[in-house]
Design a protein around this ligand. Structure first.
Ligand code: HEC
Ligand code: HEC
Ligand code: HEC
Ligand code: HEC
Length: 496
């Protein structure tokens, strides 16, 4: 062990005083527990970290507590931390977590040189992701400013690139099967060492409070649009978006799809975006990708018993999945969406159902889906991001994970309220970044649990739940059924 650290450790533990910490006590907002003195020697006087020592200031308390417990039990091994945590009681750990979580320590962006190429790739991974490698955008989980999501997802902003790289490498090789670790492992396992360096370097260069968003990538003129087979279609990369008004419209459509509430707010009545259910910006196979939709419309639909244009179909997702009032077929928003989908589908034959269209269809379950069992699957696999109450989670006042039921989620007219549709979606895509890991049975049961909760009324409500059920919910739906003594779909009682 490093001699200086050993000295600090001993100084901290034996005398209970750390020189670094003592110098800076006036900065502390909450009274420091005595056990915090030793931490300063390595994590800095305010837990701000640096180099191989992680920043622990401002991290979610739940995350800090869990890491300290894991290090104490030996599940997470680190030679520096082992002797420190061994002595901590549960109460100490709770106090330390609360204390460091409450510290707001400013940070400076790294000044270390980084290449333009690495910065651009890092930025792409953080804001867009690379689903070919199974990697969603880092900000989808770590929050729009990478400030973390309470209680389980750590902040990355302010962390050094050395530390992040160590951790990213550790996730690649871990045998820890706990949910957060599996999710982070799966989110990064497809990335090369160069990618990991680029992303860690980019994050270390972020400014405090910087709000990240997708930027239009520089145009790569070398991409060639060629005819492709419908059983193995690959939509073009964003760097192939052309210059000029046509490209601007494609980009606008993509913005609406990704950030629907920001870019098309007046048409949205819930806390979802199109991308909440159509992953990877509408590209991902078996997540009802938009390139497949483009070549399948106009199409006859049982839902309204007529030929539907693509605009009609998009309006349906606004009306039901977004619980809103759809934009008109000739509105700029609708035109932009259709232009984006058309561009995604260039080279794909029209009228033939391509492989990957729609959502995954699971074979029927051996037993009727079990809501009680689904509740347990939910508690184990979904609460980290969607919360105990299914309402999603916020990061600094912004919705970071979407609500699954209740007033801010999709309404009873949406396709996702079918148990079978939700089961297929969940099996393929959830837990986020670790899709495919639930058993079929778990996917069916957790889907039943999710769609057996109250949500906004079906806009086609006739005035009678019974009649609406017969007319529009004669499929695998809980609409109009009594669950836990409550009639689902019953109009909300007027107040007073
Ligand atoms: C001797 C140096 C040293 C001391 C003293 C020390 N730490 Fe650490 N700590 C480290 C190092 C190094 C790591 C990074 C471990 C790794 O790379 O996995 C770490 C990791 C952590 C983590 C995990 C952070 C994360 O983002 O996952 C927490 C939490 C933590 N320390 C809290 C504390 C607390 C609280 C104290 C005081 C009771 C303390 N440490 C004292 C060196 C130290
Ligand atoms: C699907 C959600 C998800 C995505 C996407 C994601 N992460 Fe994570 N990340 C997590 C979770 C959950 C944890 C906590 C894991 C644990 O408890 O060990 C985590 C932890 C980390 C840590 C450890 C931080 C610490 O303080 O020790 C780093 C570093 C990290 N992520 C970097 C990234 C980067 C870089 C990306 C983008 C390439 C990314 N993550 C994308 C969910 C995600
Ligand atoms: C709550 C989840 C959810 C949200 C949010 C959502 N959709 Fe959908 N979308 C679905 C489901 C479910 C289907 C039906 C897929 C099927 O039938 O296999 C669908 C189908 C579609 C289709 C037809 C796909 C096909 O292959 O026939 C289009 C086009 C579409 N959505 C566009 C959108 C747009 C644009 C938005 C945002 C305004 C949006 N969706 C928001 C769940 C959602
Ligand atoms: C690591 C975080 C994470 C975990 C764990 C997770 N989800 Fe999600 N979930 C997301 C994100 C993020 C989205 C939106 C996707 C996007 O914006 O790209 C989402 C979207 C959804 C949606 C569609 C949108 C909505 O609000 O209805 C459903 C349904 C869903 N998740 C169900 C589940 C279920 C069931 C589980 C547990 C089996 C689960 N999720 C676990 C992060 C997570």
């Amino acid at each position: 062990m490093h001699a200086r650290i050993l000295t600090l450790l001993i100084a901290g533990m034996v005398t209970g005083i750390s020189p670094l910490y003592a110098a800076d006590t006036d900065q502390m907002s909450v009274t420091a527990p005595a056990t915090a003195q030793v931490c300063a020697g390595c994590h800095g006087p305010r837990g701000q970290g640096g180099g191989i020592y992680p920043r622990i200031a401002g991290q979610p308390a739940g995350y800090l507590m869990q890491q300290l417990q894991l290090m104490r039990s030996g599940a997470r091994i680190n030679i520096f931390m082992q002797p420190v945590v061994r002595r901590l009681s549960d109460k100490d750990i709770g106090e330390l977590a609360d204390y460091f979580s409450g510290i707001q320590a400013p940070f400076e962006p790294s000044t270390r040189p980084i290449s333009v190429v690495a910065l651009a790739r890092g930025r792409e991974l953080v804001t867009v992701g690379d689903w070919r490698e199974g990697a969603p955008a880092c900000l989808r989980c770590h929050g729009p400013e990478l400030a973390g999501v309470t209680p389980g997802i750590p902040a990355l902003a302010g962390q050094s690139s050395e530390y992040m790289l160590t951790r990213l490498q550790a996730y690649k090789n871990t045998e820890d099967g706990s949910l957060p670790v599996v999710i982070m492992r799966d989110a990064s396992k497809g990335l090369s060492d160069g990618d990991l360096q680029a992303v860690a370097g980019y994050i270390a260069h972020m400014k405090p409070g910087e709000r990240l968003q997708m930027l239009r990538p520089p145009r790569d003129p070398s991409y060639e649009f060629i005819p492709q087979f419908p059983d193995n279609f690959k939509p073009p990369p964003e760097s192939a978006i052309p210059a000029g008004p046509y490209g601007d419209m494609i980009w606008y459509g993509l913005q609406i799809f990704e950030n629907t509430r920001d870019a098309a707010g007046p048409y949205v009545g819930d806390s979802l975006d199109c991308s909440s259910c159509h992953m990877d910006h509408g590209r991902r196979p078996y997540s009802a990708p938009m390139w497949a939709a483009y070549v399948l419309y106009p199409q006859y639909r049982e839902k309204n018993k007529k030929i539907n244009s693509l605009e009609d179909r998009i309006q349906d997702c606004f009306r039901y999945s977004m619980n809103g009032a759809p934009p008109a077929a000739d509105s700029p928003e609708m035109q932009a969406l259709v232009t984006y989908f058309h561009w995604l589908a260039i080279g794909l034959p029209v009228g033939i159902k391509p492989k990957g269209a729609g959502y995954l269809k699971l074979p029927p379950p051996a037993h009727p889906a079990d809501i009680q069992r689904g509740a347990a699957v939910f508690a184990a696999n979904c609460v980290l991001c969607h919360g105990e109450d299914g309402q999603g989670r916020e990061s600094h006042g912004e919705q970071a994970f979407p609500p699954l039921w209740g007033a801010k989620s999709f309404n009873w007219g949406a396709g996702m309220e079918r148990i079978s549709t939700a089961a297929g979606f969940i099996k393929a895509n959830m837990p986020y970044a670790a899709g495919g890991t639930l058993s079929d049975l778990d996917a069916w049961d957790v889907a039943a649990f999710v769609v057996s909760h109250a949500r906004p009324q079906d806009p086609r409500f006739t005035g009678s739940v019974e009649e609406t059920r017969k007319k529009y919910h004669a499929h695998d739906s809980y609409y109009g059924r009594v669950i836990d003594g409550r009639l689902l779909g019953a109009p909300a009682k007027p107040h007073g």
